[in-house]
Write a protein that binds this ligand. Structure first.
Ligand code: 6PG
Length: 242
């Protein structure tokens, strides 16, 4: 099996493995006296990871070097129930000692086009440039049932090759406006991790991992990392058809 595919019994075990990876990679940066720049996704799946980081890894993660960014955000205020920042704050940020100066949220309450420029400028300022693009140390991605990742949806594949590092996007069902990192910056991540669980993802994931069926229609098919394949951290349900 592809060495970048890791399958676990359930969501918690999958999250625990990712937490261990974050512990390993961030502590490597401590030895190099460097920050650890991580971009996280929203939705539901990351909540389990954040809760495990709080409850089981709070003494193991070098929070003082963690610099937290977002892969995407819904164009809503941070207090809105659908805010990715709001979810991260409730399940992670209010429980761990990450300095506010190291939290770089996407301002979902702002005018989308203005926020695209602001967030892009911030990323260009705050991250090292590798391969001509800002580079995150780790990018945590999810995948929707339709194969979307970040807020790059199947009807908007051109965002995978955008010249802009950040773009607006629109959810195809809800028409909700989004702000998202685009393909080139996602693919420039030093480590790119998919955290995917549940049987609703299995059919699309099978096509993506096997490069069969409609895999070319799914944005997640086009994501790798700068130096290697993307790593897939899956529970058995999501991997059940693979
Ligand atoms: C978002 C996420 C999105 C998410 C997938 C999977 O803003 O919703 O960034 O890309 O990762 O939709 O969401 P679940 O984890 O809820 O299945």
């Amino acid at each position: 099996m592809n060495s970048n595919i890791h399958i676990f019994d359930n969501t918690a075990e999958t999250a625990r493995a990712i937490a261990g990876l974050i512990q390993e990679k961030s502590n490597e940066k401590v030895k190099q006296s460097l920050p650890f720049n991580i971009a996280v996704s929203g939705g539901n799946t990351p909540k389990t990871l954040f809760e495990i980081l709080v409850n089981e890894f709070s003494e193991k993660i070098p929070w003082h070097i963690i610099r937290l960014f977002w892969v995407d955000e819904r164009c809503v205020p941070p207090t809105h129930a659908e805010s990715n920042f709001g979810m991260t704050y409730e399940s992670l940020l209010k429980h761990v000692p990450i300095s506010e100066t190291n939290i770089f949220r996407i301002q979902g309450e702002a005018s989308p086009e203005i926020e695209v420029s602001r967030y892009a400028g911030l990323i260009e300022k705050e991250l090292p440039v590798v391969n001509g693009l800002p580079q995150f140390d780790l990018i945590l991605l999810g995948m929707g049932d339709d194969g979307h990742t970040a807020s790059i949806f199947p009807d908007n594949l051109q965002l995978l090759n955008s010249e802009r590092i950040v773009s607006t996007s629109i959810h195809p069902q809800s028409s909700q406006k989004r702000i998202t990192l685009t393909g080139p910056t996602l693919n420039n991540g030093e480590n790119v991790i998919f955290f995917i669980t549940g049987k609703t993802k299995a059919h699309v994931l099978k096509q993506i991992l096997n490069k069969t069926g409609d895999f070319q229609k799914f944005p997640a098919s086009y994501i790798h990392s700068f130096s290697t394949e993307a790593a897939f951290y899956l529970d058995k349900e999501a991997a059940s058809k693979f």
